[in-house]
Design a protein around this ligand. Structure first.
Ligand SMILES: Nc1ncnc2c1ncn2[C@@H]1O[C@H](COP(=O)(O)OP(=O)(O)O)[C@@H](O)[C@H]1O
Ligand SMILES: [Mg+2]
Length: 232
């Protein structure tokens, strides 16, 4: 079953067109990677799908329903959660308050505070601390945990590796199977091509707002991916 189907998506910032005729689909239970250099349009894509950018044309179907015209809150209610680029934790709230905020949609399911702490033991028992005391990796865990608290059907993870040491990134990627096991599909936005391919079932490569390559992650050669990535 298709959980997300995006077709002919064009997105604009005023006169600037950032995305051109994008087609992306995510099957239920799949992890899809979206790769591309800085400025390729990855964040714009995730934000458009999540309802955070209004200036767009095309079709976005989520769980069989057209959501292209809906505001972000309604899309979140339907089960889509964004882990934003740069984490964007609420700096004036404790870690626990950040996590609880993620549950604002009222969607219930497997993910609760104890389950998030079980997934990321490093942040368990630190609920009363403020985000700034955490390492970058721990902050990323809070950002992912906050999104999971909404019990999403689709998790949109924007550049979760950014600025983190490889060993910490490994630790975060290791949480994905547990997230999928609870029935959540994932779109990961990554700049690191090899990691994205290894962690996903299907890969799309974006270049200057267009999909330049797509295919089953295992079937894409590193050469083909780097050509599509750099446009060489
Ligand atoms: N708020 C904005 N206003 C105008 N242009 C933007 C805005 N955000 C992004 N862009 C432009 O849209 C294009 C895609 O950006 P973005 O989606 O952030 O790329 P990526 O996430 O792949 O690095 C870039 O050319 C960028 O400069
Ligand atoms: Mg981005």
């Amino acid at each position: 079953m298709k959980l997300l189907e995006v077709a002919g998506l064009n997105v604009f910032y005023g006169d600037l067109q950032a995305l051109f005729e994008i087609g992306v689909s995510v099957e239920a239970g799949q992890t899809v990677a979206l790769i591309g250099a800085n400025g390729a349009g990855k964040t714009t894509f995730l934000k458009s799908v999540a309802g955070l950018i209004a200036s767009k044309r095309g079709s976005i179907t989520f769980d069989g329903q057209q959501v292209g015209g809906l505001p972000a809150e309604q899309i979140a209610q339907l089960g889509m959660a964004l882990v934003p680029e740069g984490r964007l934790l609420f700096q004036n709230m404790t870690i626990e308050e950040n996590l609880i905020m993620g549950g604002y949609t009222g969607r219930t399911g497997y993910w609760t505070l104890p389950k998030v702490y079980e997934l990321f033991p490093t942040i368990a028992n630190r609920g009363r601390e403020m985000p700034f005391v955490l390492s970058g990796g721990e902050q990323q865990m809070v950002a992912i945990g906050r999104a999971l608290m909404a019990n999403p059907r689709l998790l949109l993870a924007d550049e979760i590796s950014q600025g983190l040491a490889p060993v910490v990134v490994d630790q975060i990627y290791k949480s994905f199977p547990a997230i999928r096991a609870e029935g959540t599909s994932i779109i990961i936005v990554e700049q690191e091509v090899k990691r994205a391919a290894a962690a996903s079932d299907y890969t799309y490569c974006l270049l200057k707002g267009r999909v330049t390559l797509e295919g089953r992650s295992k079937a894409l050669s590193f050469d083909a991916l780097s050509h599509a990535y750099f446009g060489t």
